[in-house]
Design a binder for this molecule. Structure first.
Ligand SMILES: [Zn+2]
Length: 80
């Protein structure tokens, strides 16, 4: 797989990464749940209650972090 660095870094060899395990295996169950709920929230369904103000602050912070990371990596990997 192409490394996002493009030319070579400490994590790859000449811009190529070798994937030997499922990346999802590195995520714990709770992190997987937050990412799943962030995706659902992004599509318009609140996780708790019925509106934006019902969401907990930690979830909103996590959601904004996840949205920013997804945008960063989509741009870096030129997936737009
Ligand atoms: Zn690299």
């Amino acid at each position: 797989m192409d490394c996002p660095c493009g030319t070579g870094c400490e994590d790859c060899v000449n811009g190529k990464l070798e994937i030997t395990d499922c990346p999802l295996e590195f995520l714990t169950w709770d992190i997987n749940q937050v990412i799943m709920h962030s995706d659902i929230y992004e599509k318009g369904t609140p996780v708790a209650g019925t509106c934006q103000l019902d969401q907990t602050q930690w979830f909103l912070s996590a959601h904004h972090f996840i949205v920013a990371e997804k945008a960063f990596w989509k741009k870096k990997l030129r997936l737009f």
